[in-house]
Design a protein around this ligand. Structure first.
Ligand code: NAD
Ligand code: WQD
Length: 341
């Protein structure tokens, strides 16, 4: 089995995927500029698996550096996680987001092309569906660039178009576009997990930091949506289930399918209040909260129809909301300051 190159492999989803790839017998090289991660995550993955990870600190803007990585490796597949992902920051720094996420991907594709690497798995997002008109969302649901609610989301949809055009021009390419819903939780060991810098943007990291006592209370962004209890509903997916989905996508590409697109979600939506209750049960801690106005750009509800991934990858999300919260809490309580603790 030849090597898999993992861009952004030191990050949250990347580190969990590295672990699953190693356990599945793949050899891996990680490139990451460590702009939102630390090498400690990879050291812990090595310890957990007893296997080595080749790590190169490279920025995807560094065309020469990338070329050197490809010259030294014999890669069959690339899994491309490396991106900036803070929605609010993308509104204030759009050029940085388009440069990093879109140009970075094009640099990667060019390096793949010059070194004859044909298989690519791309981290897309449910955000490409914009404002859902019909739920659950299938891969056929509309993706309209002007309806995506922020520049970060538009970088994901733009890259999807870039990759489809590339594959049309180069039919030997095989590309899996994986649209993640809301990844949460952590590896069962409590050794690796999500380590946001600064104030968390997403619900679960915020709730865990309230539970551990680092933050005083959660702000609930709106309780007047047309949902069962008025709070926003999302399809939370355990990060280990998501990581396993990548291993199956890598295997799928060896069938030479051209471009394939899969929703990776559970198909079940939970409200903010349901998440608070599940996390209180998992942690045995009270989560104080206050109701705040709606957050700009938020949608009422979003959840997947994940049946295509089941049919074509043989993938289903096996871990439920309680396991997501228990595993997330184990990581947070063992590592109150993330990898720095
Ligand atoms: P993360 O920030 O933890 O991981 C991204 C990694 O990429 C980091 O280690 C960062 O240092 C690295 N990186 C960023 N720009 C780089 C560059 N120019 N060169 C080299 N390395 C670079 O984020 P994550 O949550 O693990 O997300 C991984 C991917 O999944 C991203 O593409 C993200 O957009 C996508 N995604 C994430 C979510 C989510 O909620 N976490 C949902 C949907 C899609
Ligand atoms: C979930 C729910 C909030 C924080 C974002 C990106 C998306 C994707 C995943 C990468 C919503 C509510 C949240 C808080 C709250 N990322 N909430 N208080 O908005 O579904 O998706 O992350 O691709 O692109 O937009 O996730 O975790 O931010 O919010 O009440 O402090 O929790 O309003 O209903 P979201 P989230």
């Amino acid at each position: 089995m030849r090597r898999v190159l993992v861009t952004g492999g030191a990050g949250y989803i990347g580190s969990h995927t590295c672990l699953e790839l190693l356990n599945a017998g793949f050899e891996i090289t990680v490139v990451d500029n460590l702009s939102n991660s630390t090498e400690e995550s990879l050291q812990r993955v090595s310890t957990l698996t007893g296997k080595e990870i080749a790590f190169v600190e490279v920025d995807l803007q560094d065309v020469r550096g990338l070329d050197t990585v490809f010259s030294k490796g014999d890669f069959e597949t690339v899994i491309h996680f490396a991106a900036l992902k803070a929605v609010g920051e993308s509104v204030s720094q759009p050029l940085q987001y388009y440069q990093n996420n879109v140009t970075g991907t094009i640099n990667l594709c060019q390096a793949m092309q010059s070194h004859g690497v044909t298989d690519l798995v791309f981290s897309s997002s449910a955000t490409v569906y914009g404002l859902p008109k019909i739920l659950p969302l299938t891969e056929q649901s509309e993706t309209l660039i002007h309806e995506v609610t922020n520049p970060y989301g538009r970088t994901k949809l733009m890259v999807e178009f870039v990759l489809k055009d590339w594959q049309r021009a180069c039919p030997e390419m095989n590309i899996a576009l994986l649209r993640y819903f809301n990844p949460v939780g952590a590896h069962v060991s409590g050794q690796i997990g999500e380590d946001p810098s600064g104030l968390p943007n997403n619900l679960l990291p915020y709730v865990s930091q309230v539970a551990v006592g680092k933050l005083e209370k959660l702000g609930v962004f709106g309780d007047d949506y047309e949902t069962s209890d008025g709070t926003g509903v999302r399809d939370y997916i355990h990060v280990v289930d998501l990581a396993v989905g990548h291993v199956l996508a890598v295997k799928k590409l060896s069938e030479k399918p051209g471009v394939v697109t899969y929703n990776l979600g559970t198909g079940i939506g939970y409200s903010v209040f349901q998440i608070i209750a599940a996390f209180e049960e998992a942690s045995g801690r009270k989560i104080p909260f206050e109701i705040l106005p709606r957050r700009t750009g938020d949608i009422a509800a979003c959840y997947a129809d994940p049946s295509l991934a089941k049919l074509e990858l043989g993938w289903t999300a096996n871990r439920g909301i309680q396991e997501m919260c228990v595993d997330g809490w184990r990581w947070q309580s063992n590592n109150p300051n993330g990898y720095a603790s």
